[in-house]
Design a protein around this ligand. Sequence first.
Ligand code: NAD
Length: 274
Amino acid sequence: VRGGAEETTTGILRLKAMERDGALRFPMVAVNDAYCKYLFDNRYGTGQSVFDGINRTTNLVVAGKTVVVSGYGWCGKGVAMRAKGLGANVVVTEVDAIRAVEAYMDGFAVMPMLEAAKIGDIFITVTGNRDVIRGEHYAVMKDGALLANAGHFDVEVNKPDLEALSVSKRTVRKNIEEFRLKDGRRLYLLAEGRLVNLAAGDGHPAEIMDMTFALQAMALKYVNEAHESIGRRVVNVPYEIDEQVARLKLESLGAAIDRLSDDQKRYLESWQEH
Ligand SMILES: NC(=O)c1ccc[n+]([C@@H]2O[C@H](COP(=O)([O-])OP(=O)(O)OC[C@H]3O[C@@H](n4cnc5c(N)ncnc54)[C@H](O)[C@@H]3O)[C@@H](O)[C@H]2O)c1
C-alpha cells in the first residue's frame, strides 16, 4: 500500500491519532478537509439527506416543531439550515464557544442539552462524539420525542441508557423503535441510532458525491506520485486539486466566473499601490 484517502471527519481524527502514536504505516490524504468536500458534502449533502431520511421514515410535519441540532460543525450547519427552511424552531447545542456564537448569529437558540431536552420534538446529533444524548436527557424529554443521529456510528444517542430507562420497546414502523419509559412517556429512536440519512434514506445525492469522489480519485493520484516525500503522515488535499474540482463542478453546472486581469493581480499582490 502506497497511501490512501480518508473520506470523513471522524476517520481523519482517528488517522491523526495514529500519526501521533507512530502507528500510521503509510501516507493518508485528508479528503474531508478539502473545501470541495466539507462545504458541500457535509453541509448541503448531510443537511438535505438527513431530512430525506427522517421525513420518509416518519412522514411527520417538521414545520412548527422544535428541532434540536447537536453540533454546529459543517454537518450541523447544513441540518440546522434545512430544519429552518422546513419551518422548524431550531435549537443548537455545542461545546465549542466559537461555533456556538456562529449558531447564535445564524439566528438559532443556543443552550445546553439538558435544557434543550425539555423542549425538543426532534433531536439530531451530528457531533462525531459519544453519549451526546443520554439518560439524564431522556429523563426530561417530552412524550413522543424523536431521536436521530447523523454523526458518527451509533454512539451519539446512548442506547444502553435508553434501554435501561424503558419498560418495553417495539417497532412501530420500519426504522422507528418506540421506547416506553417507566412513567409512560414514549421516545422514538430512528434507524437504531445509526446515521439516519444512510440507514433510513438514500444518503447524499450523486450531485454532491461527484465532487467528493473526484477529490478521492485525484487524492489517490497525488498520493501515488508523492508517497515517498509525504511519508507516514496525514496531509491535506493540495489546493490546486481542490480548485480544479470546483472548476469542473462549475463547468458541469453551466456556470462561469470572472478572471483576474493582470492589473487586478498586481493590485492584489502589491503593498505599494493604492
Ligand atoms: N451522515 C453523514 O452522511 C455524514 C457526512 C459527513 C460527516 N459525517 C459525520 O458527522 C460528524 C460531524 O461531522 P462535521 O464535519 O460536522 O464535524 P465538525 O468537526 O465540523 O463538527 C462537529 C461539531 O460537534 C461539536 N461537538 C462535539 N461534541 C459535542 C457535544 N457533546 N455536544 C454538542 N456539540 C458537540 C464540536 O464542537 C463541533 O463543532 C462526524 O462524525 C462525521 O464523520 C456524517
